[in-house]
Design a protein. Structure first.
Length: 417
């Protein structure tokens, strides 16, 4: 097992955006070809790959994977003047050049590995018309990116293409392609984890008595922005509600009124796109301004032990369900998760890339582990009121072993001087 070198907590953290380039155009072209090959094997004539953009960082990953594009236009309700704003679609057909339909009026075409880009204020309608132009009307067309596809847009596409066209769910095609990363994707995920670990260290160093969660999160977001990253969310809870995964079930999810007290438990789950769209994702927990009590240390150590028990089972040829079984057994040995998170989130992690991706590590996940996978392994545990801790590592499965790429963030920050 390879671990990244851990930085001393006394070393100042400097913002360093990734210096790596985005994947090259040749890689995107190869991805598009593999997507069409997979579609052909399933009897599909082509694909419409949809992506939701606006200010979201989810719902656009299939489109990002194939076209390095998401719409940056605000999502606004449909009207007689426009439809499906804040969305884009890539249309792929056998023997034809790909076409990108987008409403992103400031698109940087040098960053998009598609030569035929059509601007539209009716993205759903015009995606269907492009599909017709490419010979897909009346055929079997795979529809991918459905997590970002509005029902109104899907209805419009089906109506435009006509009743003789069969639209077939095709998310699984992109899920399978994205599961195994290229060497450059792995390098970007290492960079994402480096930045994520630095982000976490800034948050932990800022976690002092007298400060609010909001002030600590603000320090972290300032650092993340300077590092070229975007926060999907910062899940944080502390003090009397540390047994919760998030302090508030609203936006923002953190609290900005209560000031931390010595002895408060505190935990952060940080994730988002930070290196050309590739995600960091890690969780750490601590005790603020005091030594951990025996009860606090028990839940802190248990969260680490469960994640380590799952990581110990990672081996090429095994199934993701085997990892879930290891986590479930470790959880049972401590008497259960004792948290709303562990009761309602029946997994011990997921694939990681341009998103917190499928597949998830569940009891029914039959995907076979192999080189090129990158997995985020996580759990969150509770105890008595005010006792809660989570832990998460990101693991790359390589040809010669596994590599933990998030160990630069302290695993036991409460034990530091």
């Amino acid at each position: 097992m390879i671990k990244a070198e851990r930085r001393s907590s006394q070393t100042p953290v400097a913002a360093r955006p990734t210096s790596l380039p985005r994947p090259g155009n040749a890689e995107f072209t190869e991805r598009q070809a593999r997507a069409l090959d997979a579609a052909r094997r399933e009897g599909l004539d082509g694909l419409i790959v949809w992506g939701r953009g606006s200010t979201n960082s989810d719902g656009c990953q299939d489109l990002l994977y194939l076209a390095n594009h998401m719409s940056a236009v605000s999502h606004i309700p449909d009207s007689e003047a426009h439809r499906a704003r804040g969305h884009a679609a890539l249309v792929l057909a056998h023997g034809r050049d790909p076409v990108l339909v987008t409403d992103s009026y400031d698109i940087d075409r040098a960053e998009v590995p598609v030569s035929d880009v059509r601007l539209s204020t009716f993205v759903d309608r015009d995606a269907a018309r492009v599909a017709t132009e490419l010979g897909l009307r009346g055929g079997r067309v795979g529809l991918a990116g459905q997590t970002g596809l509005l029902h109104s847009a899907a209805t419009c596409i089906a109506t435009e293409l006509g009743g003789s066209t069969v639209l077939v769910p095709a998310d699984h095609i992109l899920t399978a392609l994205r599961l195994f990363k290229s060497a450059h994707e792995v390098a970007l995920l290492r960079e994402a984890s480096r930045i994520g670990c630095d982000w976490m260290e800034v948050m932990l160093e800022a976690s002092q008595p007298g400060r609010t969660e909001g002030e600590i999160v603000g320090d972290g977001l300032r650092f993340l922005a300077a590092s070229g990253g975007w926060a999907y969310d910062v899940a944080v809870a502390s003090g009397p509600v540390a047994h919760r995964y998030r302090h508030r079930q609203a936006l923002p999810t953190w609290d900005s009124t209560r000031r931390l007290q010595p002895g408060d438990m505190l935990h952060f789950d940080l994730w988002g796109p930070v290196a050309h769209g590739y995600y960091c994702d890690l969780t750490r927990s601590t005790v603020v301004g005091a030594r951990a009590t025996a009860a606090q240390e028990r839940v802190l150590e248990d969260s680490i032990a469960i994640v380590e028990s799952v990581i110990a089972e990672i081996e090429p040829g095994r199934r993701l369900a085997d990892l879930h079984a290891a986590g479930a057994q470790a959880m049972a040995r401590r008497g259960g998760g004792a948290s709303g998170f562990s009761a309602m989130i029946p997994f011990f992690g997921h694939s990681l890339g341009l998103d917190c991706e499928s597949p998830f590590i569940t009891s029914s996940a039959q995907e076979i582990i192999g080189p090129g996978m990158v997995l985020a392994i996580e759990c969150f545990l509770g105890g008595e009121a005010g006792e809660g801790a989570g832990f998460e590592h990101v693991v790359h499965i390589g040809e010669t072993g596994i590599e933990i790429i998030t160990s630069a963030a302290a695993e036991r920050p409460w034990a530091r001087g």
